[in-house]
Write a protein that binds this ligand. Structure first.
Ligand code: COI
Length: 334
């Protein structure tokens, strides 16, 4: 059995090697993404494992080719599935899997980090310090026991965020399409989206990306939020209307934001540029003193990366061998 893994970073390789040795399977790695230009590399392999922020292809040909090569599956080495076209995969009998729960704490702990930095005005203090200014005036902060955090999307990650903030004394509100979870009784109060926006001091969003969720948080939602509130987005860039957010921040309609993902991040994910970032939205956001930017690091912990690699390879092998995977994706996630 031979598996090809696309877009492998150096830090993933030891986990791939460990898994390959344990399962007596050959796994070859390539550093580039799976696209029309690189799909031919898949010929001769039994299974494919990939992770990337950009979409595989705008055309069905890539999926047809994989089918023609005799490939039966695509294992996505991430929770997000917005890189793949479900319809074209289905038409070409490619079973899709993702890694839905590689480490909810990896993302939830990033949220905690961002919230504490915003609440304690760390970006503004850093800016003052860079000017040799050690004056604290105007930047007194509140404590978590005074604050309400609102979670849009109470799934595995959102639920973990709820538990962390409840344990630290915050009031936790949430909204989800699915029925209230029993394990969050006494931890999180479910309410409408609008009242999450209205009542929260911090809004954090943990939804899958789908067209329905494009600009889920835009001008109307930002208008509902308190002027003293912070917005956190560690899900997918297009879930937030970035231009509307920039305007709200510039006009002090919002106190600040932390963004691990931003619209068009697919063009800069894990890349380095000699000159300016070729994404105007990033350059605008960098000018704002109350915005914390990170380059999509929510997943980037030792536990998460090990699980992404090993679970996606488990799924690849299961489908190659005609077994079921409990991670099979049958329809769009919202
Ligand atoms: C995900 O798991 O969906 C991520 O955003 C991680 C990234 C490496 C694609």
């Amino acid at each position: 059995t031979k598996i090809l893994a696309y877009h492998v970073r150096d830090d993933e390789q030891p986990f791939i090697d460990e898994w390959a040795t344990q399962h007596h399977v050959q796994v070859d790695s390539v550093p580039y993404e799976l696209h029309d230009e690189t799909v031919d590399q898949a010929k001769g392999y039994d299974g494919i494992d990939y992770k990337q922020r950009s979409v595989l292809s705008q055309r069905p040909d890539l999926y047809r080719k994989l089918h023609a090569f005799g490939i039966k599956q695509l294992a996505i080495r991430s929770v997000g599935i917005d890189s793949v076209n479900l319809e074209w995969a289905k038409q070409n009998q490619l079973k899709l899997t993702n890694v839905p729960s590689y480490s909810p704490p990896a993302v939830a702990e990033l949220v905690l980090t961002q919230v504490m930095q915003l609440v304690r005005h760390i970006p503004q203090f850093n800016q003052r310090l860079s000017q040799n200014d050690y004056i604290v005036n105007g930047l007194r902060s509140r404590e978590l026991s005074e604050l309400t955090i609102g979670i849009i999307g109470v799934g595995r990650i959102g639920g973990t965020v709820a538990k962390i903030f409840h344990a630290l004394g915050a009031t936790v509100l949430g909204n989800d399409l699915l029925a209230p979870r029993d394990d969050l009784k006494g931890i999180l109060t479910y309410t409408t989206k609008d009242s999450v926006y209205r009542q929260s001091d911090i809004v954090t969003v943990h939804v899958y990306f789908s067209e329905q969720n494009r600009h889920l948080i835009g001008e109307p939602q930002l208008n509902l939020m308190k002027q003293t509130a912070f917005l956190i987005n560690d899900s997918r860039g297009p879930v937030v209307d970035t231009e509307a957010l920039i305007t709200a921040l510039q006009q002090s309609q919002l106190a600040g934001a932390a963004l691990d993902v931003v619209e068009h991040e697919t063009n800069i994910f894990n890349l380095k540029f000699d000159k300016q970032t070729p994404e105007p939205l990033y350059n605008e956001l960098k000018k704002l003193p109350n915005v914390l930017l990170t380059p999509h690091i929510g997943f980037f912990t030792d536990i998460a990366v090990e699980n992404m690699v090993k679970q996606s390879l488990d799924d690849t092998l299961a489908i190659i061998e005609g077994r079921q995977s409990r991670h099979e994706i049958k329809s769009e996630r919202t």
